[in-house]
Design a protein around this ligand. Structure first.
Ligand code: NAP
Length: 281
């Protein structure tokens, strides 16, 4: 029998998740449905109660509810607690459990890009210390990296995130200016800030002067599909990836948690690219 899944956020009209999940339900012959619900912060508590009454089997959580939802759930997994945010809720034995597939999704997309099984000997720079940075930094620290450096405009936020990651790896905080001078020191550099996102296409998080050929440079932004930062990194011989891989993988992990089925990641990716106008198959 068809089950109901969904997304809560404010706003949710622009989200590509309904298209991605409903497309995959259909392709796999599942009669489930994924529905976006626009809930303002004032509506969150009643909205989550309504989701439970509707017996929704799982839902995604997006801005601005990723933190506020935590006390409204029956349980929250440790990784989501470390990140300080829930982006996916699933139902087990009558309980609504919070998890975070953003960080794991990023980690898996990075391993796929690099064609490696782990990051144990890698020195990583994360630029930014906002919500996306928290998910990425916590998940790659938990997976075990040689070292993690977090650079942010507001140094205090980088220091705060570093203190969480310290439980899992050698982590330190720095300024954007210092990070810029140390670029050649890193194997992997990740932009988690919104700098370079449409319409500010000319902006870059850091200058790439000291970038080594072969460094992995990734950008969580997918609008545009290729930021100026990505384009220049590629020109300098970096191995690059945009934010589509993370978006698809976080959705695929939620899909697996909810249905126990393995979705076709390539098909999900193509659905998203088609929506964004970058379909190239
Ligand atoms: P956020 O919590 O608001 O954090 C924004 C980060 O960007 C902060 O570190 C902020 O620094 C920095 N920043 C913004 N403007 C800046 C500027 N002019 N100069 C220097 N630093 C600046 O946002 P978020 O939720 O983490 O999202 C960040 C980006 O990730 C967005 O582009 C979003 O679309 C993308 N994202 C992608 C995925 C995916 O699946 N691919 C998932 C989530 C997010 P301060 O701390 O100093 O303010």
């Amino acid at each position: 029998m068809g089950k109901l899944y969904g997304l809560i956020g404010h706003p949710v009209g622009h989200s590509m998740s309904p298209l991605m999940h409903n497309g995959e339900f259909k392709a796999l012959g599942l009669s489930h449905h994924y529905q976006a619900f626009d809930l303002s912060p004032e509506q969150l508590e009643d909205g989550v109660e309504a989701m439970k009454m509707l017996d929704i089997q799982g839902f995604n959580v997006t801005i601005p509810h990723k933190v506020a939802i935590i006390p409204l759930l029956d349980e929250v997994e440790q990784e989501a607690l470390d990140i300080g945010a829930v982006n996916t809720v699933y139902k087990r034995d009558g309980k609504y459990i919070g998890t975070n597939t953003d960080g794991k999704g990023y980690l898996l997309s990075l391993l796929t890009l690099m064609k490696v099984k782990d990051l144990k000997n890698k020195r990583v720079l994360v630029i930014g210390a906002g919500g996306a940075a928290r998910a990425v930094a916590v998940s790659i620290s938990r997976a075990g990296v040689l070292s993690l450096t977090i650079a942010n405009r507001t140094l205090e936020k980088a220091e705060n995130l570093t203190s969480v990651c310290h439980a899992y790896t050698t982590a330190n905080a720095t300024t954007l200016q210092e990070a810029e001078m140390m670029l050649s020191h890193f194997d992997i550099i990740i932009n988690t800030t919104s700098i370079g996102m449409s319409p500010h296409l000319d902006r870059m998080p850091l200058s790439l002067e000291d970038l080594n050929k072969g460094t992995v440079v990734s950008d969580l932004i997918y609008n545009p599909l290729e930021t100026k930062w990505m384009r220049l990194s590629k020109q300098k011989g970096a191995v690059t990836d945009n934010g589509i891989s993370m978006f698809v993988e976080q959705g695929a992990l939620a899909f697996e948690k909810w249905t126990g089925e393995t979705p076709d990641r390539e098909r999900m990716r193509n659905a998203v690219l088609k929506e964004l106008g970058g379909y190239s198959c």
